[in-house]
Design a protein around this ligand. Structure first.
Ligand SMILES: Nc1ncnc2c1ncn2[C@@H]1O[C@H](COP(=O)(O)OP(=O)(O)OP(=O)(O)O)[C@@H](O)[C@H]1O
Length: 276
C-alpha cells in the first residue's frame, strides 16, 4: 500500500523554550518511507504526531488522507507504531504477549511463526521487566509486526540489536510487509530499506524526496600509501582513508585494484552535506 504524508507549516513544542518541530513542510509518497536525522532533530516527535499521540501546535498533517490529531483510532487501525521508549505491560510474560497478539490478530500460528523468526521464542518464559534492552526492543518490534494488516511505523528499531537480531528483523520486515515507515539516525539503514525520505535537522526539514532522485555516490576504502588521486577524504584512519567517490571513479579504481572496499553512500553523503 502506498503511504502518503502531507505536512504543512507544522510546529510543536514540549515547553516554552524549545521548538521540537519548527514550521516543517514536506510531501512524501511511496511504499517505504524513511525519516532520518541526528539525535534530537525531531524524528520521534514527528512520528508521535503522525500517529496521533501528540497534537500539532500549528500546521496541518495528513497521512493517507487521515488527520491524525482528530482520528487517532483510525490511524491506529492502519498503522502499527513501535517507539524506542515504549511501555509494555511489565509483569506480562513474553509468551502471554504472543498468545494475546495471536488472539487480537486472529492469526495465532502466523504470530507464533513471527516470534520464532525474529528470535523472541528463545526467551518466552521471561517477564517483560526482566528483559535486556535488545530483547525488549525485539518484543516491541514483534508487537508492531504481529498484525500483517497494519503498516509498521518503526522508531529506531535497530538501536539495541546485535547483528543476528538485526538480520532477522530486516528479513521478517521485508518478507512480510511491502509498506512501512522507518525512523533511523543511521543513513545506511534508510538507504537500504526505504525509497522515499525526509531528512530533519534541529526541528526543520532539510531535504525530502525519492531516493532514486539522489545522485549515486559511494565511499571507498583506500590504503593510505596507495598512489591514487583521491577526491574528498572523509575519514583518515591512519593506514586507511575513507573517500567520497562517484560511480565512474569507483569503476576505474576497481579496475586498477587500488581499493580495499566500498559501500553505497548516497544518503550518508546527503546527510553529511545537510549537517555541514
Ligand atoms: N517529553 C519531552 N519533553 C521535553 N522535551 C522533549 C521531550 N521529548 C523530546 N524533547 C525534545 O524535543 C526535541 C526533539 O526530540 P525527538 O525525541 O523528537 O528527537 P529525535 O530526532 O527522535 O532524537 P533521537 O535520535 O535522539 O531519538 C529534542 O530537543 C528533545 O530534547
Amino acid at each position: 500500500m502506498t503511504i502518503e504524508i502531507n505536512v504543512e507549516g507544522l510546529s510543536f513544542s514540549y515547553d516554552s523554550r524549545n521548538r521540537a518541530l519548527d514550521n516543517v513542510s514536506f510531501h512524501v509518497e511511496g511504499e517505504r518511507i524513511g525519516i532520518v536525522g541526528q539525535n534530537g532533530s525531531g524524528k520521534t516527535t514527528l512520528l508521535s504526531i503522525l500517529m496521533g499521540f501528540l497534537k500539532p501546535d500549528e500546521g496541518n498533517v495528513t497521512i493517507n488522507g487521515i488527520i491524525p490529531s482528530r482520528e487517532r483510532g483510525r490511524i491506529l487501525k492502519v498503522f502499527a507504531p513501535s517507539f524506542e521508549k515504549g511501555r509494555l505491560p511489565y509483569r506480562m510474560k513474553v509468551k502471554e504477549l504472543v498468545e494475546l497478539l495471536g488472539k487480537v490478530t486472529g492469526d495465532p500460528s502466523g504470530v507464533r511463526e513471527l516470534a520464532e523468526d525474529i528470535g523472541i521464542s528463545t526467551f518466552m518464559d521471561k517477564r517483560v521487566y526482566g528483559l535486556s534492552s535488545g530483547q525488549e526492543q525485539l518484543v516491541w518490534i514483534f508487537n508492531a509486526l504481529a498484525d500483517q494488516n497494519r503498516i509498521p511505523a518503526l522508531d529506531e528499531p535497530f538501536v539495541h540489536l546485535d547483528i543476528h537480531a538485526y538480520r532477522r528483523v530486516v528479513k521478517a520486515l521485508k518478507e512480510r510487509f511491502d509498506s512501512y515507515i522507518l525512523i533511523s539516525h543511521v543513513p545506511e539503514d534508510v538507504e537500504l530499506l526505504t525509497e522515499s525520505l525526509v531528512v530533519l535537522e534541529m526541528g526543520k526539514v532539510r531535504w525530502y524526496g525519492q531516493l532514486s532522485g539522489l545522485e549515486p555516490a559511494y565511499e571507498v576504502f583506500v590504503p593510505s600509501g596507495a598512489n591514487v588521486d583521491l577526491p574528498g577524504v572523509l575519514v583518515d584512519f591512519g593506514n586507511v582513508l575513507v573517500c567520497k567517490c562517484s560511480p565512474e571513479l569507483l569503476d576505474s579504481m576497481m579496475k586498477d585494484g587500488k581499493i580495499l572496499g566500498y559501500k553505497r553512500a548516497g544518503v550518508r553523503l546527503l546527510y553529511a552535506q545537510v549537517l555541514d
